[in-house]
Design a protein around this ligand. Structure first.
Ligand code: SF4
Ligand code: SF4
Ligand code: FES
Length: 360
């Protein structure tokens, strides 16, 4: 069989989302058929349609080599770089053989496939102070930095600011004020850099912000969306681990207590004891947490969720009194994992991207 780049041109049907907010008209779908070799990109297909059929089609691009991050769109509903998506692959992923191209989500559309990156993405990047606040005194020559530390931040440095993760972040969809995956990955770039002098201040700021590191819901969408394997969610989890594990930052969002309650309950019972999780997250990590004064107010505000959990059987009145039980040997096996991790002299984590090994 011929290699993809040896195959002759074929016809590809494109269905593009068109919208011009200034026109006052509603968005609509526009279809064009282009002819290109199957290994060519979706970007080339859009540019051919623009060139041959309608010069008013709006798309942003520059490098055409997956470097500049300007051509982020959605192809068949998934975030992608148009210049880095082959037509044959896009066609095989299409519902009805027609390649569907839309603007990215969570950002306002300027025109057709172009979204306003300034309004959302860049504003959030600026929010995290995206530059090094160097330790003083600055050495006359270079800082000497441990190799592992630089390797660790290299993953976030691979970000090309395309906004694909922002486009698909489920937390941002619900709460547009959430700082978001790209900006928090950028924050880790400096939090993880041993030359930066403001690790605590940065983390405290991001932990105390109600729309900061504890607003992420671990949905993995940003991990799947990222064309550069930056793993934004992994960077957010690192920020949390350093904030809670190293600096013991107790945040207004109950994130630190929630994490402590979760791990303690699983360690003690082998499974999560759901009925205890909220009271401990609010009042402190013990059975008496529910009697702490701040817990009462918070529990009252969570009453609708508690009632829903009871109605859906996620929590039963009996489950509120007693934790789940698992066989003794299984509980021992769970606790052995804790012992192994907790007996390590220090937390050692290099990212998967660089080391090729799983996180420890
Ligand atoms: S894992 Fe967190 S940051 Fe990433 S898309 Fe989901 S909610 Fe957003
Ligand atoms: S983290 Fe990945 S998806 Fe998000 S902006 Fe950077 S390169 Fe794009
Ligand atoms: S045009 Fe630069 S990343 Fe696609």
């Amino acid at each position: 069989m011929a290699e993809a780049h040896d195959r002759p041109p074929e016809q590809f049907k494109l269905r593009m989302r068109r919208y011009d907010p200034e026109s006052g008209e509603a968005p609509y779908w526009d279809e064009h058929t282009v002819e290109l070799e199957p290994h060519r990109s979706v970007l080339e297909a859009v540019l051919q349609a623009k060139d041959r059929f309608d010069g008013s089609i709006g798309i942003r691009c520059s490098c055409r080599q997956a470097i500049c991050g300007s051509c982020g769109v959605r192809v068949n509903g998934e975030p992608a770089l148009a210049c880095h998506t082959h037509l044959d692959a896009a066609k095989s992923g299409a519902r009805d053989g027609v390649i569907e191209i839309e603007p990215m989500g969570n950002m306002p559309v300027i025109k057709d496939l172009i979204v306003d990156m300034d309004a959302v993405h860049w504003k959030k990047i600026q929010r995290v102070t995206p530059w090094l606040l160097a330790k003083q005194p600055v050495p006359e020559r270079e800082y000497i930095v441990p190799k592992d530390a630089m390797v660790d931040v290299t993953q976030t440095m691979a970000c090309i600011q395309c906004g694909a993760c922002v486009s698909d972040c489920l937390a941002m969809e619900v709460d547009p004020g959430f700082i978001g995956p790209a900006a928090l990955a950028k924050a880790y770039r400096f939090v993880g850099d041993p030359r930066d002098d403001e690790q605590f201040t940065r983390l405290n700021d991001l932990a105390q912000d109600p729309q900061g590191i504890f607003d992420c819901t671990h949905c993995f969408k940003c991990v799947e969306a990222c064309p550069k394997d930056v793993n934004p969610m992994g960077q957010i989890m690192r920020l949390r681990r350093i904030a809670t594990g190293d600096h013991h930052i107790v945040d207004v969002n109950n994130g630190e207590r929630h994490e402590a309650a979760f791990t303690t309950l699983v360690k003690n019972n082998g499974l999560l004891w759901e009925a205890e999780l909220l009271p401990r997250s609010y009042g402190g990590n013990s059975w008496f947490g529910k009697f702490a004064p701040p817990a009462g107010k918070e529990l009252l505000s969570s009453l609708p969720s508690i009632v829903k959990a009871l109605l859906r059987g996620k929590v039963t009145p009996m489950g509120a009194l007693k934790p789940h039980k698992i066989p003794r040997q299984d509980l021992k096996a769970v606790q052995a994992i804790y012992d192994k991790v907790e007996s390590r002299p220090e937390r050692y984590e290099l990212n998967l991207y660089i080391s090729g090994e799983d996180e420890s």
